[in-house]
Design a protein around this ligand. Structure first.
Ligand code: TYR
Length: 187
């Protein structure tokens, strides 16, 4: 289990892993809320049975967490899509102007700058508040994937506009809110 890697919901739609977590002795990962509902099952990047959504909040928030089975090992890493990983060492929130990168299963690794904290975004399903706006591009399937600044976990890809050919604006759900909502710790 690694940030930025693909997973599939109920064997169909694809999203991306945010960060590996634990709740007591249960292993799992956080992702976007719009990726799945409690009870939905997941398969991994290799389509092997992986886990079950334990909780999900969307709209309002855009976070979720999935508990994984014993065939999956949570790693405190984010896929850099260049054959390596970035180690996650904490989750201190970055300030406006900070450099930030994103890992996701559609477009890989892209970087930019934090532009606004505590933004509200209106999606067709409703409004999500408390998001962070960036000028990092993303595309469908990158959702749920990791935003990281240096070695500090920041959040999970929510949505936005544009694409990775011409550039875009992408909002992320801060990870700390999800960790405290579900009593999770980063691996
Ligand atoms: N919301 C998209 C998903 O579910 C991710 C996305 C992010 C799409 C930014 C477009 C965009 O501009 O995969």
């Amino acid at each position: 289990v690694r940030g930025g890697d693909a997973y599939y919901i109920n064997s169909s739609a694809r999203c991306s892993i945010g960060f590996s977590v634990r709740k007591g002795s249960t292993n799992g990962f956080v992702s976007a809320g719009h990726c799945g509902r409690a009870g939905n099952t997941t398969t991994g990047y290799n389509r092997v049975a992986q886990g079950t959504f334990q909780g999900s909040s969307f709209p309002g928030n855009d976070y979720s967490w999935v508990a994984v089975n014993s065939n999956w090992t949570p790693r405190g890493w984010v896929n850099n899509y260049s054959g390596g990983n970035v180690a996650v060492k904490g989750s201190t929130a970055a300030t406006v102007g900070s450099s930030i990168c994103r890992s996701g299963s559609t477009t890989g690794w892209h970087c930019g700058t934090v532009q606004q904290l505590n933004a509200s975004v209106r999606y067709s399903q409703g409004t999500v508040s408390g998001l962070t706006r960036t000028n990092v591009c993303a595309e469908p399937g990158d959702s749920g994937g990791s935003f990281i600044s240096g070695s500090q976990a920041q959040g999970m890809t929510s949505g936005g506009s544009g694409n990775c050919s011409s550039g875009g604006t992408t909002y992320f759900q801060p990870v700390n809110e999800a960790l405290s909502a579900y009593g999770l710790t980063l691996v």
